[in-house]
Design a protein around this ligand. Structure first.
Ligand code: DX5
Ligand code: ZN
Length: 232
């Protein structure tokens, strides 16, 4: 089966004092997920938002949340995030932040949230290959985490191909960082089906149109790839 294309809008590039308005804009355009970048100033050189803000966001949208934890000691905060998140939301931690990923996965699973594992551009797929049966999402970072508006790192494409060859289509492969109308083609060609974009959506002037365009390109590329594969 062809994995379904999903588009997530990262509010890192939205207006932080107008989240409600900026979320409505993407909601009306049929966005699949709202991506929330949680940064702690330790694992990444930036500090953003936490459960307090997420609680507020949950009050203004029914779109599922894709919570991307870029924090050290993720196990300490899972309960706090689970309290403000809900069924259908994803909680993703970074493989670089723990020596016991299976324990973190089971903690997330116990909360009923969907489970994601993320890897930095320099981290090898091998580090998560034995976890693939236990998770819902792999989030492949295509920039070094910390900021929006960076350039896509093409070296991660081979990692996406490798991961897609190992997993069933029920596990989403997300790509996060530097997505544009061009880089999205490469990402989907190599096997990503879950597209995270901040600048391409919010710095574009017309978020609804940006989502429509990204979705159209991603779906068309996925169809072409699928046809190539079945006729090979
Ligand atoms: C980076 C974040 C990304 C970021 C993407 O650390 O994880 O989600 O918001 O921003 P763009 O799409 O502008 O590269
Ligand atoms: Zn992110």
């Amino acid at each position: 089966m062809q994995p379904k294309i999903k588009i997530a809008a990262s509010i890192l590039a939205a207006n932080p004092v107008r989240f409600e308005e900026d979320i409505k804009k993407v909601e009306m355009a049929g966005i699949d997920m709202i991506h929330i970048d949680v940064m702690d100033g330790h694992f990444v050189p930036n500090i953003t938002m936490g459960p307090f803000i997420i609680k507020g966001i949950k009050n203004v949208t029914h779109v599922p949340l894709d919570i991307h934890l870029m924090i050290e000691h993720p196990e300490k905060y899972i309960e706090a995030f689970a309290k403000v998140a809900g069924k259908g939301d994803y909680l993703t931690f970074h493989i670089e932040t723990t020596k016991h990923p299976k324990d973190v996965i089971s903690l997330i699973k116990k909360t009923g949230l969907k489970t994601g594992v993320s890897l930095n551009p320099d981290t090898k797929s091998k580090s998560i290959e034995d976890l693939l049966d236990d998770i819902d999402l792999v989030l492949v970072m295509s920039v070094n985490p910390g900021f929006d508006g960076q350039k896509f790192i093409p070296d991660v494409l081979s990692k996406i191909t490798r991961l897609r060859s190992l997993i069933t289509n029920e596990v989403d492969i997300a790509v996060d960082g530097g997505i544009t109308t061009e880089t999205v083609i490469d990402a989907v060609r190599h096997g990503a089906n879950f597209i995270v974009a901040a600048s391409a959506i919010y710095k574009n002037g017309d978020p609804a149109n940006a989502i429509k365009t990204l979705r159209h390109i991603a779906e068309q590329t996925a169809r072409e790839e699928y046809r190539k594969r079945v006729s090979a």
